[in-house]
Design a protein around this ligand. Structure first.
Ligand SMILES: [Fe+2]
Length: 350
């Protein structure tokens, strides 16, 4: 039976809330008293099922779960929390009995963030709660940063309706292509972000230039060609900027050195930028622009090959053309782990 009671500190604004699920009355009372001394807002339950329901209704900032509860135990509750996107990152501290190594192993496998051993030291409990809340705040900030980046990329898309969903499409294909080209881990992730954000610098380009239906004047072209530099500058302060800045900056460089903004040549162009450059050019060719209609797939293929070793890395363009179908299929199903927060929308258009 639930014994959800709210403590006197509930009226405080901004204090983190903690949910306790523990069937032993004495331990539960001690946990509550200790946490309230730390000015946390506490709510408590004597079983896992009610705790899980309550967490779903109003997610707390941290959860303390007893492993040995009847019914749904702490490990099962942890597993369920981890399987749901809304609570996948919620800090979960398991309360275990001393010496139960197998409990700790099962808890870690289920995705617990930390452990407190009974009988616990109040100072240690409070220290662990503080540490886990700090980590959780940092993770949330990181996620918020990713959301902001994606929102910015979508803002660029929205500024130019003719290129709507261009960034999403390029990201899906660039990730599939980068995998085929042998990238993994951080480098692969950088290509994903670089592809989503490659044109983010267009946010700084005047709309009359960005949306001009006819040919650009020299001055307008110079302004337009600043977008890779502006983009790299926007991303520079971010932790991810170190990885994706070079891709964004170099996505219009050409294999023969006649690209912009730095006139880099051949292997001097970052590998990820060469990948994004190919996918970006292909997508642009096959979609309408204010100044011309989109090409057929066949015509685009011919165009890509015509610029082999002048605009594009010859090895990469051969690999791209040989795997076009596979890339198109895999771009529709990017792996969840890689694209969490990265490709949130328009999967059907990818
Ligand atoms: Fe661009």
């Amino acid at each position: 039976m639930a014994t959800a009671t709210l403590g006197p500190t509930d009226m405080l604004v901004g204090n983190p809330s903690i949910l306790i699920a523990e069937d032993d009355l004495a331990t539960r009372a001690l946990l509550r008293a200790t946490l309230e001394r730390g000015s946390y807002l506490v709510r408590e339950f004597d079983n896992g099922a009610d705790a899980l329901d309550d967490i779903e209704q109003r997610p707390p900032d941290l959860v303390l779960l007893d492993i040995g509860m009847p019914g749904l135990n702490g490990i099962e509750v942890t597993q369920r929390l981890r399987s749901r996107p809304a609570t996948a990152l919620l800090p979960v501290i398991l309360v275990t009995a001393r010496g139960r190594t197998e409990d700790k192993v099962a808890g870690l496998d289920a995705g617990a963030s930390d452990f407190v051993t009974k009988p616990f030291e109040p100072v240690e409990l409070l220290a662990r709660v503080r540490a886990n809340l700090r980590l959780s705040t940092a993770l949330n900030r990181l996620e918020a940063t990713q959301d902001v980046l994606v929102a910015l990329a979508n803002a660029v898309d929205a500024k130019d309706p003719a290129t709507e969903h261009h960034c999403d499409r390029v990201a899906g294909r660039a990730l599939a292509f980068a995998r085929i080209a042998g990238l993994s881990g951080e480098e692969l992730e950088a290509v994903g972000y670089g592809a989503v954000l490659h044109d983010i610098g267009k946010i700084g380009i005047r709309e009359e230039v960005l949306l001009k239906p006819g040919a650009l004047t020299d001055a307008e072209r110079t302004e337009m060609q600043r977008h890779p530099l502006v983009g790299a500058e926007i991303l520079r302060p971010l932790r991810l900027g170190r990885l994706i800045g070079p891709i964004v900056r170099a996505h219009h460089e050409r294999w023969d050195g006649r690209g912009y903004p730095d006139g880099l040549q051949g292997d001097g162009i970052p590998f990820g930028a060469r990948i994004v450059g190919i996918v970006d050019a292909h997508d642009a060719m096959t979609h309408d622009r204010p100044y011309r209609p989109g090409m057929t797939e066949e015509a685009a293929l011919g165009e890509l090959l015509r610029h082999r070793a002048t605009q594009f890395d010859p090895w990469l363009i051969d690999l791209y053309v040989a795997n076009l179908e596979r890339i198109a299929i895999e771009a529709l199903h990017p792996s969840d782990a890689l694209t969490r927060g990265l490709l949130p929308t328009h999967e059907a258009d990818a």
